[in-house]
Design a protein around this ligand. Structure first.
Ligand code: G3P
Ligand code: MG
Length: 319
């Protein structure tokens, strides 16, 4: 099997790919990574997930966090993807990275058009829950929109004409795709600000139902400690990870207190000491978002358990 010192296999490196395939037929070699982990004070949890993970479905090659992106990532051979999940105003878990709808949907245009024609879109149902929002036609906060309105938006045209009309995806729709194809999923819980614990609870409950009895459950992660805590309480059997953009005071204790199986760090934070610290604490170490070969080489040499990338067209997920 490949070792961390092997070249990163990319579509631009067919020789490395051929060497990798040839080695698959050889008898097993001593696994230096395993030898390292055997010295840890706490055993590492089982890890059924592929090493390479497609960020937001297929990185930047398709409209992020849509089913189209998942299909494209799968087309490039990826068997695990990461996605961002938040709640609609009426509690439907759906995929969106930003707090608002401006960048990746046509919400601003759709809202203006519907107001111009005096039609109650999308505010009719919002009116019952939050009358003060009705007057604000510029309110594009995704968490203020009911799913009935979100589901009508175009989440593909912003990317390119070929994806025009692509809808926002629900967690249930993505679960159906992953389960039908045997793909793994990293659900990043991305709450609307102020809704952290509620989002963690609801997303974990939906994930537990959607993946009930499945051998490889989704990995739930979040930068928001309250969301991870709530997911822990709601579905303790689902694996969790703490996301870190900085190494804030107490991150390791927090991850352990929530029984996290992994820590997912900004790759710029990763060095040998950090990976060793995470492994010795009995957790897997993953990183995001790795898009160039030099960084990938260095990270693999550190023994990272997972790399999240936008470059599904460049990194072969075989390695
Ligand atoms: O889950 C890893 C990564 O997606 C976190 O950053 O901002 O791309 O969601 P972001
Ligand atoms: Mg994310």
């Amino acid at each position: 099997m490949p070792t961390a010192r092997d070249p990163v296999i990319t579509t631009a490196n067919p020789q490395a790919l051929a060497q990798f395939q040839a080695r698959l037929d050889q008898p097993p070699q001593p696994n230096t990574h395993l030898q390292t982990t055997m010295r840890t004070s706490t055993p590492l949890p089982p890890w059924p997930y592929p090493r390479w993970i497609a960020h937001r479905g297929a990185g930047k090659l398709a409209p992020e966090n849509t089913l189209a992106a998942f299909r494209l990532g799968a087309h490039y051979g990826y068997r695990m993807a990461e996605c961002d999940v938040k709640l609609s105003a009426d509690g439907v878990p759906f995929l969106l990275h930003d707090d608002d709808l401006a960048r990746t949907t046509n919400a601003a245009t759709a809202t203006a058009k519907e107001y111009a024609s005096n039609m109650p879109f999308p505010h009719a149902s919002r009116a019952q829950a939050a009358p003060d929002l009705i007057a604000n036609t510029a309110d594009l906060a995704a968490g203020h929109w009911p799913w009935a309105a979100l589901s009508l938006l175009d989440a593909g045209s912003w990317h390119s004409r070929s994806y025009a009309g692509e809808p926002l995806a629900t967690l249930a729709g993505i679960a159906a795709f992953c389960l039908a194809n045997g793909h793994a999923l990293n659900i990043e819980i991305k709450p609307t600000p102020g809704d952290e614990a509620h989002t963690g609870t609801v997303v974990a409950q939906h994930a537990a139902r959607l993946w009930h009895g499945v051998a490889c459950p989704p990995l739930l992660s979040s930068f928001a400690v309250e969301a991870v805590q709530a997911a822990h309480a709601a579905a303790p059997h689902l694996p969790r990870a703490l996301l870190l953009d900085t190494l804030w005071d107490g991150w390791l204790d927090a991850a352990q207190a929530m029984d996290c199986v992994a820590v997912v760090c900004n790759y710029r934070l990763c060095d040998a000491a950090l990976v060793q610290t995470v492994h010795r604490a009995g957790m897997r170490a993953l990183c995001y978002t790795v898009n160039d070969a030099d960084a990938a080489h260095a990270l693999l040499a550190l023994g990272l358990d997972g790399l999240i990338t936008d470059r599904v067209d460049y990194f072969s997920p075989l390695f």
